[in-house]
Ligand binder design. Sequence first.
Ligand SMILES: Cc1cc2nc3c(=O)[nH]c(=O)nc-3n(C[C@H](O)[C@H](O)[C@H](O)COP(=O)(O)O)c2cc1C
Length: 278
Amino acid sequence: MNVEKAINVEDLHRMAKRRLPKIAFDFIEGGLEDERGLERNTSAFHKHQLLPRYLVDVSKRDQSKTIFGQTFASPFGISPTGGTSLFRYHADLMLAEAARNANIPYIMSGASNETIEVAAKIAPKNHWYQLYSARDPKVNADLIRRTADAGLGALVLTVDTPVGSKRERNIRNGFANIRGGLFQALSLKPSILAEALTHPGWIVEYFKRGGGTPMLGNWQPYAPAGASAEEVYKFTSSVRPFNAQTWRDLETYRKLFPRALVVKGIMSPADALRAIDV
Ligand SMILES: Cc1cc2nc3c(=O)[nH]c(=O)nc-3n(C[C@H](O)[C@H](O)[C@H](O)COP(=O)(O)O)c2cc1C
């Protein structure tokens, strides 16, 4: 499969579906519960139409945008996605490289498989880090220190997952439990494994990276020495304060991180105003 042959985004969507086993593809494509949010987001774009004005010299065009004092080539970037080695080995680094080449921001997920430091070498000017915090403040302080030391332009705090999301496709595929918790451990039940075998490109990469759960690279140093990828994943899940993160934590992170701090996922205008105050 050659992505250069894709004519539009829908072609990439079809290629991804062909390449990935259902258990991985559904995680990326699926929404929550009845998936109405996916529909609503798409139709929100359809509400807008562009009204072009002609007889203007557009031989030179510029969509660059200055964000936090840095000029990027476009006013958008790559949102954080966790567990990407399940989809593509070293995908975090590929995203970092793509962001560098396109000069847009790349936000490394707090559940990435590669580390802050390695991606910072690839995309020193385009790399931000999304913090999933731990219950132990020393771990958070260290992750923030690493983000600052590696010279990253922004720290991004995701706030919209106080409880696990109910992604029903994941539950059906045996990739999450009914309460919504996500297991990156691939427990391939026979029907799921049989389906996965029909995607040989993915299977080859799965074994190339050693199979099983991909390592949560940034969390490895905080888990017991010598822990396997699956043990690091279980450790990380056990120390994450999903439902206990508060404004006080945001205030702490604001003090610890010397550069731009982004709060990701806010929905209420009142929360947005409060975040600006912090
Ligand atoms: C496969 C997948 C993994 C994601 N992982 C994360 C994550 O680790 N951290 C995070 O803040 N958001 C994560 N998100 C949410 C995205 O960053 C983004 O906010 C969301 O997909 C909405 O943008 P979209 O409408 O362009 O998909 C993930 C989304 C997907 C589809």
